[in-house]
Write a protein that binds this ligand. Structure first.
Ligand SMILES: Nc1ncnc2c1ncn2[C@@H]1O[C@H](COP(=O)(O)OP(=O)(O)OP(=O)(O)O)[C@@H](O)[C@H]1O
Ligand SMILES: [Mg+2]
Length: 340
């Protein structure tokens, strides 16, 4: 963390995180530009981790019920539930986090229930905007540190579907800001323990999700620079919704030179009759796809040249409704990457 932060012992910079080590940390904070597939990728990472035998908890922070729809489960709330073997899910809300926090530190359940009403949370949030983020990260830390009676950690991995890159720097700086405001006491200690977790490269990695399009790539490059300044470790960048290259250069060239009449004639030999308009539409679709693939290649180069962080590409999965099956395809790609 940038200011006043004391990194945890032994948690300093350890070089770029290889793709094979994607699932190694204890907390993965998944972020990216709005709409690139952060939630989908967070779910796929969690699923891959659980399938690899790690006890994994997937955490939603914005209460949009994305995961319960994706996995077709009942609505998620503040109570973790194991909805697949080795895979738990929960939805953090700041009000419940505040109640739990007060309970933990002051042991006053009745008092805290009174204090942690919506208006108290609203008051705290308005007075110190970072407090909500501190509460969210605090809950993630509680999950990350929680131990069973036998002393072993409850979860091997916690995956947090975090706010988008536009908000991530302030989100991650919230504990730092709190230590600047509060010098002593349990709140200060709690904030410092969050800084320790976030700046320990073995415990916490940030996963940036992007797509091979101009705006998401530009935003990824910008945020990687800002995040490096914070001292948080960036894991492999997950490049989502990558279109498959189905033709080589020669085939693309041949297709580009084909006229509607050529295509009609070719299809007739295969017993298919298309009118000129339909043949033109088919050629246009082919040309649009070729253009899209060229853009994809350009953006891949751009990302590779400027980011210098390992990347893992996840395919665009065609389907009418993206559900657990489609998620399984992405999880398999992640599993293959970590298996090497
Ligand atoms: N690999 C993929 N192949 C096909 N569709 C995908 C893929 N990844 C995500 N999608 C689809 O893209 C859309 C956006 O995904 P998602 O909700 O995960 O994005 P997000 O970044 O979390 O969005 P937001 O910023 O709103 O939280 C969804 O309809 C999802 O099903
Ligand atoms: Mg989302």
């Amino acid at each position: 963390m940038a200011t006043g932060a004391v990194p945890a012992e032994g948690g300093g910079y350890t070089g770029p995180v290889e793709t094979s080590a994607l699932l190694d940390p204890r907390l993965l904070i998944v972020t990216g530009k709005g709409g690139v597939g952060k939630s989908t990728v967070a779910a796929a990472v969690a699923l891959a981790s659980a399938r690899q035998g790690a006890r994994t908890c997937l955490v939603e922070v914005e209460g949009r019920h994305i995961f319960s729809r994706l996995f077709d489960t009942q609505a998620w709330d503040f109570t973790e539930r194991e909805f697949r073997s080795g895979l738990w899910g929960m939805s953090i809300d700041p009000e419940a986090s505040l109640r739990e926090y007060l309970d933990m530190f002051y042991g006053a359940r009745r008092l805290s229930r009174l204090v942690a009403s919506s208006s108290a949370v609203e008051f705290a949030t308005t007075a110190a905007p970072g407090i909500k983020d501190v509460l969210l990260i605090g809950k993630a830390k509680e999950l990350e540190r929680r131990r069973n009676p036998d002393g072993r950690f409850c979860y091997d991995l916690v995956v947090l579907d975090a706010p988008p890159t536009g908000r991530i720097v302030n989100f991650l700086r919230a504990p730092d800001v709190t230590t600047e405001l509060v010098n002593v006491g349990p709140i200060r200690q709690q904030a410092q323990s969050l800084i320790d977790m976030l700046s320990d490269h073995r415990r916490t990695n940030l996963l940036l999700v992007t797509m091979l399009e101009e705006m998401p790539v530009a935003e990824t490059l910008d945020s990687a620079a800002a995040l490096r300044g914070l001292g948080v470790a960036i894991g492999p960048v997950l490049v989502n919704r990558v279109l498959a290259e189905r033709t080589d250069k020669a085939a693309s060239k041949a297709m580009a030179e084909l006229s509607a009449a050529d295509l009609q004639a070719l299809l007739v030999t295969a017993g298919v009759e298309l009118d000129a308009e339909a043949a033109t539409a088919l050629l246009d679709a082919g040309a649009a796809s070729t253009k899209r693939l060229q853009l994809q290649r350009r953006q891949r180069n751009q990302l590779g040249k400027q980011l210098q962080v390992p990347t893992l590409e996840l395919p665009y999965v065609y389907s009418e409704r993206f559900s657990a099956d489609e998620l399984g395809i992405l999880a398999s790609v992640i599993e293959r990457a970590v298996e090497g």
